[in-house]
Every structure is written in structure tokens, then in C-alpha cells.
Write a protein that binds this ligand. Structure first.
Ligand SMILES: [Cu+2]
Length: 173
């Protein structure tokens, strides 16, 4: 019974995601079915280190939209850019934001940044829990940090125009 409920919730969430994707990309049935068959979250681990591997390619999508860790864990995020386009045109990073950050405003500040490859401007770093560097096709970036207090935190890619497609929720349980 409980499992049934969980499956019901997952189905609804998947359908919602599909609708959003269709609205954004102008309905592409192939990519929608790919999305619904994807595993959208990581397994919660019990060890002292939570290792989260994220992939993003030239299609401007993270393969996971829900990351979960436990309070007190050390979190290692490994980002693989599986595409071929360089960081100057198709850069990806993972930026874990503090609670309550105005994401459009934050992303706009990054888009105007003088930092190389539209990285995070120094004056907005206080809004960030942790972030990887900006990488291009074929590259990998890694960060390690202590899990913040329990709660939900948004993560985005801060490359100009990417956050609407490339975002997710990071939950500390
Ligand atoms: Cu990106």
C-alpha cells in the first residue's frame, strides 16, 4: 500500500516533468520518453561520504534532478560534461545555493560576470553553499564539502540561460 503511494507520487512527478519539458522544448516525444525512463535521484548512502555523480551534455540537462544526502555527511559532487562543446559556449557547473536565494537574479549576475566562462561573481559567493568550476565537453569537475543543515536547497548550472533547464533539488535529511 505504501509502495503503491510512492509509485503514484513518482508517476505524477514524472508526468509533471514531462509537461514542463514539452512546454520548454516545443514537444519532442523522443526526449520526453527518455526523461520519464530516467532515474531522477540518487540512492541515499549511509557512510560518512555521500558521492553524487552528475552528468550533463550538450543537450543542457542534468541527468539527476534530486540529490539526497544525510546531515553530517561529507558530500562529494562529481560533474561529468558528456558533450563536446567547449565551456565558452556550453559550460556547465553545479552551484548549490543557500536557501531563499532569488535564482533568476543570481543567474543574471553570473551571466554578466567578468569571471572566465561566466563563473560566479565574487560578490554573489555568499549565496552559494558550494560550487564546481565551469567545465566544457569531455571535462570533469569535483567538489567536496560538509552537508549544510537539514532542509532543501536548489542547485543550478549558472551558465547564461541554463538554469531554467538545468536545476534540481538537493535535500539534506
Ligand atoms: Cu550548463
Amino acid at each position: 500500500m505504501k509502495l503503491k503511494n510512492i509509485i503514484g507520487v513518482i508517476t505524477v512527478l514524472t508526468l509533471m516533468t514531462d509537461c514542463n519539458e514539452k512546454a520548454k522544448s516545443g514537444h519532442d516525444p523522443l526526449s520526453s520518453s527518455e526523461i520519464s525512463s530516467q532515474d531522477k535521484g540518487n540512492e541515499l548512502s549511509n557512510g560518512p561520504i555521500a558521492i553524487l555523480t552528475l552528468k550533463a551534455g550538450d543537450d543542457m540537462k542534468f541527468d539527476l534532478s534530486e540529490l539526497k544526502v544525510r546531515e553530517g555527511q561529507t558530500v562529494r559532487i562529481i560533474l561529468h560534461h558528456t558533450g563536446t562543446i567547449p565551456a565558452s559556449a556550453m559550460g556547465h557547473n553545479v552551484v548549490l545555493l543557500q536557501k531563499g536565494v532569488d535564482i533568476p537574479s543570481f543567474a543574471a549576475a553570473c551571466a554578466k560576470s567578468d569571471a572566465p566562462d561566466f563563473d560566479i561573481p565574487a560578490d554573489r559567493l555568499k549565496e552559494v553553499v558550494a560550487h564546481t568550476k565551469m567545465i566544457g565537453g569531455g571535462e570533469t569537475a569535483e567538489i567536496e564539502f560538509k552537508a549544510p543543515p537539514k532542509g532543501s536547497y536548489a542547485f543550478i548550472c549558472s551558465f547564461p540561460g541554463h538554469y531554467a533547464m538545468m536545476n534540481g533539488m538537493f535535500t539534506v535529511e
